[in-house]
Design a protein around this ligand. Structure first.
Ligand SMILES: CC(C)(COP(=O)(O)OP(=O)(O)OC[C@H]1O[C@@H](n2cnc3c(N)ncnc32)[C@H](O)[C@@H]1OP(=O)(O)O)[C@@H](O)C(=O)NCCC(=O)NCCS
Length: 175
């Protein structure tokens, strides 16, 4: 029989990062509708389980296929709970690959976001040979800015992505 469990990408001391699958739609529905996600990242208009499945298919799953990487699910090893997403993204609107992450608020301030983002940065360098990884963040998102600085990213400039009027801070890590 074929093994259909989603591929594990990374393990850290406390976390497992694995590919998302359509079965993660209920978690994605909760995460993408959290006010912190909508405020800091945007409203992806995911309102039902079916929307969640469609988001996973068109976003992360398409990216795994096309780029070999994408946003992965972060699981707490101790309990098996899904706590957030973290991974690498190649957008048409940015020249470089960027790192993205979001966690449910009940799992904040425990170092999980730093632990997973650091592992994804190293994975990007070692497995995908990336010499440069960037991150885009709204200037009000101090928690994310602190995280980026902790994992060795530096502020470079303000940018606007094509088709969007919002000014974003561009951070970069150059290996
Ligand atoms: C941005 C975001 C991921 C940051 O999450 P976070 O929970 O602050 O991240 P961490 O827990 O890894 O941050 C480390 C903090 O936990 C504390 N901490 C507690 N226990 C810790 C431990 N065992 N190890 C390390 N740090 C620990 C650290 O002291 C640190 O606090 P500080 O930032 O005040 O110095 C989170 O706020 C989020 O998901 N926001 C919504 C989505 C979003 O904005 N994404 C980014 C878009 S650019």
């Amino acid at each position: 029989m074929q093994n259909t469990s989603p591929t594990t990408i990374l393990e850290t001391k406390r976390l497992t990062l694995r590919h998302l699958s359509a079965d993660d739609a209920p978690f994605i529905l909760e995460l993408l509708n959290d006010p912190s996600f909508i405020q800091n990242i945007g409203d992806r208009n995911v309102r039902t389980i079916a929307d969640g499945e469609s988001y996973i298919l068109k976003g992360p799953l398409t990216s795994y296929e096309k780029n070999g990487f994408g946003l992965d699910l972060v699981i707490l090893k101790e309990t098996g709970e899904s706590i957030g997403i973290c991974g690498l993204i190649k957008r048409d609107t940015l020249e470089d690959v960027d790192i993205g992450y979001a966690f449910l608020p009940r799992f904040w301030s425990k170092g999980y976001a730093v632990e997973s983002a650091l592992a994804v940065k190293e994975y990007g360098q070692k497995v995908h040979g990336l010499k440069r990884i960037v991150a885009i963040v709204v200037s009000e998102n101090q928690g994310s800015i602190r995280l980026l600085e902790k994992i060795g990213f530096e502020f470079e400039k303000m940018v606007k992505l094509a088709g969007d009027d919002v000014e974003l801070m561009l951070f970069a890590f150059n290996a």
